[in-house]
Structures are given as structure tokens and as C-alpha cells.
Design a protein around this ligand. Structure first.
Ligand code: C5P
Length: 207
């Protein structure tokens, strides 16, 4: 069973994806980490983030060792990730890795922006996770502070708005719910309640 989970930054999709992976015993891929790894490698190499060819080359030789690096979680790398993610050639270069991951037996959970629409359009289950931008900014601000980053809430909120807009309006793989996605708004839900809602939906789909 392939579970495809999409949604904007800090909607809770990663956390839900991890828990569903644990519940079903499936591996989980945070596809945002792929774009973040490309963004970080571009920054480390002092490349122009808007250079589509350079970013595509990095994506073709995906720096797998960066996927677990703490540095990919900074606000700066999040911004760089969303900029490299605009390039069609980057998205194409990262596609095979995601499709192979999704093809594992007996199943896999992937979260991102275009999983239900582009990477796994035939996924058995599609979820789209949302929350108000203010609540997402509060969550992301807490996370960044906990990681030792010095950043104010207003800046996180402004950055998320810019990132949402860029992710939703790009030509290739824009952030949008698949027509058959089940939407969960986590604004007023804690993680347990959000996972319970997802499991109720998955169970109803399979019976
Ligand atoms: O999910 P996360 O915030 O870590 O993703 C960082 C950026 O990577 C997003 O803002 C988005 O632009 C890009 N991304 C994407 N497609 C995905 C996953 C992430 O374009 N499937």
C-alpha cells in the first residue's frame, strides 16, 4: 500500500507520515529532505540558487549523506529548497529516487507537495494536511528555536507565506490536493487526533 501525504510546510504532514509508517511497518520518505539537500549543497558550493542547470546537476548526483544532516533543517535551507524546487530539471532528477522508494513491498509512506498528484498518482491512500498559516508559523518558530536558531515569529510567518505562494504557483508539481485526497486540517488537532483521523479514513478505504 502506498500512502501519499501532501501539504504546506509545518502542517504536521511529516509527523503524521512517520506515525503512519510506524503503524503499518512501512518505510517513510520525507521528500522535502531531498530538495533541502539540493538547496544546502548549492549554498555550500556558493552556487546561484536560480541556476537551473547547476541545481539539476546537484540533484542528479543527489548528496544522500546530507539527508540526515541537521543543517538541512534551518530556515535558510528551507528557503533554498523551495527555490531549487521550482526548476523542472531538479524535479525530474529527483523523481526516480522517489518512485523507487514508493515501489517497495509491501508498502511505503511518502510526504511532500506533489506525491499524490505527480510522484504517486495511483497511491492507495492520499492525504492532504493543512493548518492556518499562523498556526504553522507558531509550530515552525518553536522548532527553529529548539534547534538553536535565532529567529523571530514575524520572520517565520512572512517566510512561510512567501514559500506557500512559491510552492503553490510554480508550473511543475505545484502544491495542491489531488482530486481524490482526504483533507485533514490540523489547526485544532494534536498529533494523536490527526493520526486517528487518518487511520479512520484509511480503514474506511480498505473495507
Ligand atoms: O517539506 P519541506 O518544508 O521540508 O520542503 C522544503 C521545500 O521543498 C518546500 O518548500 C518545497 O518547495 C520543496 N518540496 C517540493 N516537493 C516535495 C517536497 C518538498 O517541491 N515533494
Amino acid at each position: 500500500m502506498i500512502i501519499a501525504i501532501d501539504g504546506p510546510a509545518a502542517s504536521g504532514k511529516g509527523n503524521i507520515a512517520r506515525q503512519l509508517g510506524g503503524h503499518f511497518g512501512y518505510p517513510h520518505l520525507d521528500t522535502g529532505a531531498l530538495y533541502r539537500a539540493v538547496g544546502l549543497a548549492m549554498l555550500q558550493e556558493n552556487r546561484n540558487i536560480d541556476d537551473s542547470d547547476a541545481a539539476a546537476k546537484v540533484a542528479e548526483n543527489l548528496p544522500l549523506e546530507l539527508l540526515d544532516a541537521a543543517e538541512i533543517r534551518t530556515a535558510e535551507v528551507g528557503e533554498a529548497a523551495s527555490k531549487v524546487a521550482v526548476h523542472a530539471a531538479v524535479r525530474k532528477a529527483l523523481r526516480g529516487f522517489q518512485e523507487r522508494f514508493a515501489g517497495q513491498s509491501p508498502g511505503a509512506v511518502l510526504d511532500g507537495r506533489d506525491i499524490g498528484t505527480v510522484i504517486c498518482p495511483h497511491a492507495d491512500v492520499k492525504l492532504f494536511i493543512t493548518a492556518t498559516v499562523e498556526i504553522r508559523a507558531t509550530r515552525r518558530h518553536k522548532e527553529l528555536l529548539a534547534r538553536g536558531e535565532r529567529i523571530i515569529y514575524a520572520r517565520v510567518l512572512a517566510d512561510l507565506k512567501v514559500r506557500d505562494q512559491r510552492d503553490a504557483t510554480r508550473k511543475e508539481g505545484p502544491l495542491r490536493p489531488a482530486d481524490d485526497a482526504f483533507q485533514i486540517d490540523t489547526s485544532d488537532l494534536d498529533i494523536e487526533a490527526a493520526v486517528a483521523a487518518a487511520l479512520t479514513f484509511i480503514t474506511s478505504q480498505r473495507t
